[in-house]
Design a protein around this ligand. Structure first.
Ligand SMILES: [Mg+2]
Length: 173
């Protein structure tokens, strides 16, 4: 059973929801676009500071450095605001794909599959909403429910371990 780390199954594509997964608010209701940057910080149109969950920048940088392809999948109706925040937070360099529009997330993932040529079995998904987790599990994406504390390094490591376990079971069947 024991195997070295190079045999550990790992996803090729890591997909994150945005609202309450990478940042602690709904971009369509809790903050007010357009956003702007001042002194390295991001503010909304009422000059309220807008922050991501604290570990998110490091987590994205780490995954990127490890060679994972990263994508964002959001159902928000505030498409422009969400894209603007991604840009102002400096995350455009991490997200190879971004599907941001309302609707069932199976649609977002069918776009990822078409664009990347990857299969659902090669993807992992982090989202704070049970309905999205259920939808993507249904099509075979390893899907991790994000708690109220948002994405952390520990949560992503647990997710990657879960992926390895599920895929290894799949191989041994
Ligand atoms: Mg969400």
């Amino acid at each position: 059973m024991a195997s070295n780390s190079s045999d550990t199954p790992r996803p090729k594509l890591v997909v994150f929801d945005l609202d309450y997964t990478l940042w602690p608010f709904w971009v369509d209701t809790h903050v007010t676009p357009p956003f702007h940057k001042k002194g390295g910080d991001v503010f909304d149109s009422f000059n309220e500071k807008v922050r991501a969950f604290p570990e998110v920048p490091d987590v994205l940088q780490w995954l990127h450095g490890e060679g994972y392809i990263i994508a964002a999948a959001s159902r928000t109706g505030e498409i422009r605001g969400a894209k603007q925040l991604v840009k102002l937070f400096g995350w455009e360099k991490y997200f190879k794909y971004a599907e941001i529009y309302p609707g069932c997330k199976k649609k977002h993932f069918s776009r990822f599959r078409a664009e990347s040529g990857l299969e659902y079995s090669e993807m992992i998904f982090f989202d704070d909403e049970g309905r999205n987790i259920r939808d993507l599990k249904e099509v075979g994406v390893v899907s991790v429910l994000v708690p109220h504390s948002g994405v952390t390094r520990k949560l992503v490591e647990q997710g990657l371990a879960q992926f390895a376990k599920q895929r290894r079971v799949g191989v041994e069947k």
